[in-house]
Design a protein around this ligand. Structure first.
Ligand code: ATP
Ligand code: MG
Length: 313
């Protein structure tokens, strides 16, 4: 497994506050990895360590195979970074800012001339590049931040809350943008406190709370690893009393509640047992109108992990 980011026991303190606590993080190459956690969880702190803006107090950090400890300029060359709520000098025009960053990256004039218009187009700022940044909306500044993060054609793109402060349309646009960035063979590591955002864009997630990683896996595995029953909701054409009793006898059923035509069946398994359930209901004389899994949302997963973590302390 090729890793774009690996931290082992990463710890960062601010005085007596442990902002990041022995964090083990593995981000596989060519994935979109969401770093999810509530406010103050330690996301920005971790990211600042990854890009060399903060020195860790403990642990090791490898980014694209290279050890990072504080500011190592070479390790930044293949990494694009968008800080949380980027705010750029108002007196510069959009393209001027990108040109300035391009020069800092050591891009030649020709490279800048080729690359900058492409990026402006990609982030939807074409036509506005000659306006002063002071006239940009928050969303436009955010998108300029993303363009800036892509300027050096990075292998790894680290975005700290890319949709913070955006309206719903802006959020959708940023999500599409992130997916396109990843399609070009890049690894994207993005932080967010928004479950639905992570759910819609990311292939992998790490959930962080109070500086501790509570879970890190593919989105699918995170869902399926969750303890507790899966629930199947069945609607019958008309209520039949015997059905619930029949279902209760099945080995993979832990409980059945009936309310009129609706049956709520708690399962002990995550296997798809709908065929067996439907067979039993039919045999008991029931007619099924609809049957669906009541999915566990990422929000439930998140709350469960946080509650479990709180309980351990
Ligand atoms: N410069 C600082 N000095 C002291 N404490 C800090 C500093 N920066 C962050 N902290 C504290 O460290 C903890 C982690 O903060 P961090 O900004 O990393 O969280 P976050 O997950 O990015 O939160 P958010 O979702 O609000 O951006 C918080 O308790 C915060 O108050
Ligand atoms: Mg933050």
């Amino acid at each position: 497994m090729a890793l774009a980011i690996e931290t082992i026991g990463l710890t960062k303190r601010y005085g007596s506050l442990v902002a990041v606590n022995k964090l083990n993080l593995q981000v596989e190459k060519n994935t979109i990895h969401g770093f999810l956690g509530p406010n103050g969880a330690g996301k920005t702190t971790t990211i600042k360590v990854l890009v060399g803006l903060l020195r860790p107090d403990g642990g090791t950090v490898r980014v694209l195979g290279r050890e990072v400890y504080g500011d190592v300029p070479e390790s930044r060359l293949k990494v694009g970074y968008m800080p949380e709520l980027p705010r750029f000098p108002k007196h510069l025009k959009g393209w001027e800012l990108l040109d300035l960053y391009g020069r800092m990256y050591g891009m030649t004039e020709q490279q800048r001339r080729e690359q900058i218009p492409k990026l402006l187009e990609m982030v939807g700022l074409k036509g506005r590049e000659k306006d002063f940044i002071g006239k940009y909306s928050k969303g436009m500044q955010q998108r300029l931040g993303i363009a800036q993060a892509l300027l050096n054609d990075p292998e790894l793109v680290i975005l700290d809350e890319p949709s913070l402060g955006l309206d719903p349309v802006g959020m959708v646009e940023v999500r599409e943008l992130v997916k396109n960035i990843a399609k070009e063979g890049r690894t994207v590591f993005l932080s967010s406190h928004l479950l639905f955002e992570v759910e819609q864009v990311c292939t992998h997630i790490t959930i962080i709370h109070k500086g501790v990683a509570l879970a890190s896996d593919t989105l699918q595995n995170i869902y399926s690893r969750i303890s507790g029953a899966a629930t199947l909701v069945v609607e019958l054409a008309k209520p039949i009393d015997s059905v619930a009793d029949v279902l209760r006898k099945l080995p993979f059923v832990s409980g059945v509640e009936q309310g009129g035509r609706m049956l709520v069946i708690e399962l002990k398994t995550h296997d798809d047992v709908r065929p067996q359930i439907s067979q039993e209901i039919t045999r008991a004389g029931g007619v099924i109108v609809s049957m669906s899994f009541k999915g566990r949302t990422l929000e439930e997963v998140f709350m469960q992990l946080i509650t479990e973590f709180g309980g351990q302390k």
